[in-house]
Design a protein around this ligand. Structure first.
Ligand SMILES: [Zn+2]
Length: 266
C-alpha cells in the first residue's frame, strides 16, 4: 500500500512538472501580428472596390464629451484575409461555419523567396516541401502551412506586389506573382493531411492563373486559405502556433483576417 501511494505521488508530481513546464513555455515567447492594416491603400483584386472608412462622428459632441465612430465598407477578398471553401466550391462551407479548431493550430513556414524573388511567376511545387522536410523533418499532420515568397516586402508598392496598377479585367490579365502549384496542394492534402495554407501574395494561385485550380483543389477538400499575409520574414520554419481568426460573416466566402502566430522561447 505504501509503495502504491509513493508511486501515485511520484506520478502526480511528474504530471505537475509537465504542466508547469508547459505553462512556463506559454509565459515565454512572443506574438507576431501577420496582418496588414486596413486603410484606403490596402491592396484588393483589380476588379474589387477598395477599403473605405468614413467618419460618422468625431469630436466633442453637444453633451461636452469626445465621441468617435466610423463606418467602413470592404470586399471580402482584399488585404490580409481568409478564404472559406464556399469561395470556389458551391457546397463548401461559409466563414461562420469554420470552427475555431480549424483556424488555429501548429504552423510551419516554407521559405521559397530565393526562387520567387527571381521568378515572379514561380509555382511552389512538391519539391519545395520535400526540400523543407529534408531540413526540418516531416510536415506534421493538421499543420497550417505558410508560404513565404518574400513579396510582403512589396506591399507598399502595388505595382511590384501584384504586377499591375490597372483596375478591372485588364489589370487581372497583368497580375504576376508566385503561387502554389495545384499538384502540390493535392500532395499536401493527401500525403500530409494539412489544415490550411497561407501566402504573402494576393492569391494562393499564381497571378497568371485563369482557372484557380489551387483554390478549387483546397476548398473541395475543406482546406482553408489565407492571403496577403504580412511579415513572414519574421516567422521561423516550424514550432509556432497560428491563430487565424476571420470576421464571422454569415454566409461569407471570405473575410478580413487577424492573423497571429505565437513563437515560444526555447
Ligand atoms: Zn481570397
Amino acid at each position: 500500500m505504501k509503495i502504491h501511494i509513493i508511486i501515485v505521488l511520484a506520478l502526480s508530481l511528474a504530471g505537475c512538472q509537465n504542466v508547469r513546464d508547459r505553462t512556463h513555455d506559454w509565459d515565454r515567447g512572443a506574438w507576431l501580428d501577420l496582418t496588414w492594416d486596413y486603410e484606403a491603400s490596402t491592396i484588393y483584386w483589380p476588379t474589387n472596390e477598395t477599403f473605405s472608412h468614413d467618419t460618422v462622428s468625431y469630436g466633442i459632441n453637444e453633451k461636452g464629451y469626445f465621441y468617435a465612430s466610423f463606418s467602413y465598407a470592404a470586399e471580402e477578398h482584399g488585404g490580409t484575409h481568409f478564404d472559406a471553401p464556399l469561395h470556389f466550391s458551391e457546397n463548401g462551407r461559409s466563414v461562420e461555419q469554420i470552427l475555431p479548431g480549424e483556424f488555429t493550430g501548429k504552423g510551419i513556414c516554407v521559405d521559397v523567396s530565393k526562387k520567387t524573388l527571381v521568378d515572379r511567376d514561380y509555382l511552389i511545387g512538391t519539391e519545395d516541401f520535400m526540400e523543407w522536410e529534408h531540413r526540418h523533418g516531416r510536415i506534421p499532420g493538421q499543420a497550417i502551412v505558410l508560404l513565404h515568397t518574400g513579396f510582403g516586402q512589396y506591399w507598399k508598392d502595388p505595382l511590384q506586389y501584384t504586377g499591375t496598377l490597372k483596375p478591372g479585367p485588364e489589370g487581372v490579365r497583368e497580375l504576376h506573382f508566385p503561387g502554389l502549384d495545384p499538384q502540390a496542394a493535392l500532395w499536401l492534402i493527401n500525403e500530409r493531411n494539412i489544415k490550411a495554407v497561407g501566402i504573402d501574395t494576393p492569391s494562393i494561385d499564381p497571378g497568371q492563373s485563369e482557372d484557380f485550380r489551387t483554390h478549387r483543389t483546397l476548398f473541395s477538400h475543406n482546406v482553408t486559405a489565407y492571403e496577403n499575409i504580412a511579415h513572414l520574414e519574421l516567422v521561423p520554419a516550424k514550432d509556432f502556433y497560428v491563430v487565424a481568426a476571420p470576421m464571422k460573416i454569415k454566409g461569407g466566402s471570405g473575410a478580413p483576417l487577424r492573423l497571429l502566430v505565437w513563437i515560444p522561447e526555447d
